[in-house]
Design a protein around this ligand. Sequence first.
Ligand code: SAM
Length: 281
Amino acid sequence: MSLWYEEEWSGGTRFSVKIKEHLHSEQTPFQRLDVYESWDYGRFFSLDGYIMITDKDEFVYHDMIVHPAMAVKPDIKKVLVIGGGDGGTVRELLRYTTIEKIDMVEIDERVVRVCQEYFPVTACGLTDSRVNLMFADGLVFVRGAQEASYDLIIVDSTDPIGPGEGLFTEDFYRNCFRVLSADGILVNQNESPYYDHNRRELERAYKKIKAVFPIALAYQAHIPTYASGHWLFGFASKQRHPVEDVDMENWKKLGLETKYYNSSLHYGAFALPTFVKEYLK
Ligand code: SAM
């Protein structure tokens, strides 16, 4: 009798993955955390019943939440990562020797510890000397953070349910704006345009970000284990436009090997389907 992991993408759609083994399960102080071994995606973990990362496709998400901003603003030195408990975002950031400091504010220490145990490839950067790992609520952290203290903020959060809810509020975005330098950039995981509840979250978050940042766009990636596979990220900045102001030759000179992101995909990612552009109007 085969074992299947299943999650609900909408009232009428479910996503199932055939499992070899259910490796770990616990209720942390914040959420339900499960780790599985699967046939098609290797090892993966879920929080409150939603897949966070899989061995097979985490490179897509972590390439796309980091490299576009680094290509647009090559002089980024101080980064704040909110969430990101699996460490993949920090791993990609650490590939830039120009980055001097990464503060990572993750609300749930159990996510970090379990990922260090089960996903060493993804979590490998969390002990790097440039990384300052804090276990706190990102919303509270930005409220107390110094003005203009970061060049880049990456919100690598869960969906706006449970602990992640506060990271999709105007109060949170206003504080991110205050805490960013004059030429700062905010990148966030911004849900999906397909299923209704994801789309509503996308529209709500985008409207709030647009009310705070002069430049606010969305870009896309194809992540098979996220609802519909069509996933969006938010790119908000005070000065730089991600397509008009990117110096791709400069980024290419870094010679970074990336499995998903590349210099032409950067432009394509911001070329959204018409129906998505309609939602973001
Ligand atoms: N790639 C995943 C996705 O798109 O759903 C998210 C990766 S990471 C596992 C999400 C992290 O956000 C989790 O570890 C969760 O504990 C953390 N998180 C949720 N709410 C938070 C908050 N208010 N402050 C800091 N971290 C938070």
